[in-house]
Design a protein around this ligand. Sequence first.
Ligand code: UDP
Length: 266
Amino acid sequence: MEDSSPENSNTNGHSSGIRQISLLGVKIHYVDMATTLDVAKGWIAQGGPHHIVTADASAVVLAQKDDEFREIINQADLVTPDGSGILLGAKWLHTPLACRVSGVDIAKNLCRMAAEDGFSVFLLGAAPGIAERAAKNLESEFPGLEIAGTQHGYFQPTEEPDIVERIRTSGAKVLFVALGFPKQEKFIRRYFEELGVCVAIGVGGSLDVFSGTVRRAPEWMQRHGLEWAYRLAQNPRKISKVMTLPQFVCLVLKEKVRRTILKNKE
Ligand code: UDP
């Protein structure tokens, strides 16, 4: 496992200079929001496709049994820690991370950057009508923002080539894919070279938030790592996702014990 000390981070608009840790076999970068945006800005100037994953505890648990998903995360250009579970797990394993950098916050900041710098964004995912409403709200929040296109997330595999073509010809530099884990990451990787965007990021339920359909937890709940409880109260079907949290804690503790035994044997 690599050292994750912050003083070694020097991005110059690239992720290659950023320290990373391996949490239960899943790569996570030592970044804050400013570094994430700096890196994304560099990629947009440079061109070529880049993939950002925002990994939460449930993604790390899923990656233990889904090899393809784990490989996709480990191949991604930038993996940000999304959630207090990840921060806690990394701390327990003595590889602390900087802070939480969530998909919904990155997406908002990329929209602000797009409005300022004059590039456009494509919104893919969520139920029919949601991406359009999200586009309208984002365009009024960030005057000058151009949403290059929208597409709901309930399509058939046979429709994918047409959707990819629409994204490619839209001229968008940034693509938000809101299909949930691991669908969004697999979609991005499957069409990585054909999408024509500089940054593709899986953003989970962010379009529901931007459309006003789902509310984010109050700031104090986010600060205390309680966003999951707020989301569960809004949507009880999220219970299966929440149930991965104790699984994550068990896996981290098991790893901690394993390392202690190994160390004592030395
Ligand atoms: N979704 C979709 N197509 C699918 C499955 C899910 O567009 O086939 C959307 C769903 O409507 C929601 C998002 O993907 O907008 C997943 O949100 P969720 O809150 O589950 O993701 P999280 O933020 O928890 O990762």
